[in-house]
Design a protein around this ligand. Structure first.
Ligand code: URA
Length: 193
C-alpha cells in the first residue's frame, strides 16, 4: 500500500474512535488534511468550531490566516500534511486535557509512521509541549530548530494567537522564512509536489 492508501485506511479506523469523552460531543472527527507523501508535517492542538462542523483541520479564521501565511513561503496543502494532537473538538475550545491527549496520541503516532516526516512544525504551545518537551516556552523558543529522533522540529505561534495579538506577526514572519530555508536544506523536493 502507498502512503495515501495507508492514510485512508488509518482514517477509516479512526473515524469511529470512542477513545475519550470528546467523542460524545463532536459533530465530526477531524483526522487530518494535506498530502501524506509530503515530508513536512504541521501539528495543531485540536479542532475548533468550524473544523468540528466541516471535519477538516484549520478551516476557520485561524486556518485561513495559516493558509495565507504558508502561501507566502510557497506552501499549500499538497505540499504538507496537517493534523492535530486531538482529533475531536474540546467543548468551548478549552485546552485538551492530558488524558485526552494521551487517548489520542496513537493516531498521530501512526500518521507519523506513515508520513516519515523530515520536518515537523508545531502550531502553538500545546502542540509544542506535547511534541517537543513539556516545559517548552513558545515565547522564548519559537523558531528554534532541534532534531528529535532524526526529525527537524520547530514551533511557531498558533495562528489564533496571531489573530489576538498582531504584534507577534513579525516574529512569525521570520520563523516562516526559517521554515522555508530548512525545507530547502532538508527536503527541497516538497516544493515539487
Ligand atoms: N486550531 C487548531 O489547533 N487546530 C485546528 O484544526 C483548528 C484550530
Amino acid at each position: 500500500m502507498n502512503q495515501t492508501e495507508q492514510m485512508q485506511q488509518l482514517k477509516a479506523q479512526c473515524m469511529g474512535c470512542q477513545g475519550c469523552a470528546l467523542a460524545d460531543t463532536r459533530t465530526n472527527l477531524v483526522f487530518g488534511d494535506g498530502n501524506p507523501c509530503s515530508p513536512i508535517l504541521f501539528v495543531g492542538e485540536g479542532p475548533g468550531e468550524q473544523e468540528d462542523l466541516q471535519g477538516v483541520p484549520f478551516v476557520g479564521r485561524a486556518g485561513q490566516l495559516l493558509d495565507q501565511m504558508l502561501d507566502i513561503i510557497g506552501l499549500n496543502r499538497n505540499r504538507y500534511y496537517i493534523a492535530n494532537i486531538v482529533k475531536c473538538r474540546p467543548p468551548r475550545n478549552r485546552d485538551p486535557l492530558h488524558t485526552e491527549q494521551d487517548a489520542c496520541a496513537n493516531w498521530l503516532a501512526e500518521q507519523m509512521r506513515i508520513i516519515q516526516p523530515k520536518i515537523m512544525i508545531c502550531l502553538g504551545r500545546i502542540a509544542a509541549c506535547r511534541m517537543i518537551r513539556e516545559d517548552y516556552k513558545i515565547t522564548r523558543q519559537h523558531g528554534q530548530w532541534e532534531q528529535i529522533n532524526g526529525v527537524w522540529v520547530t514551533a511557531i505561534y498558533h495562528p489564533s494567537a496571531l489573530l489576538r495579538d498582531e504584534t507577534k506577526r513579525p516574529d512569525t514572519f521570520d520563523d516562516l522564512k526559517s521554515i522555508k530555508a530548512k525545507i530547502m536544506e532538508v527536503c527541497p523536493e516538497a516544493y515539487q509536489l
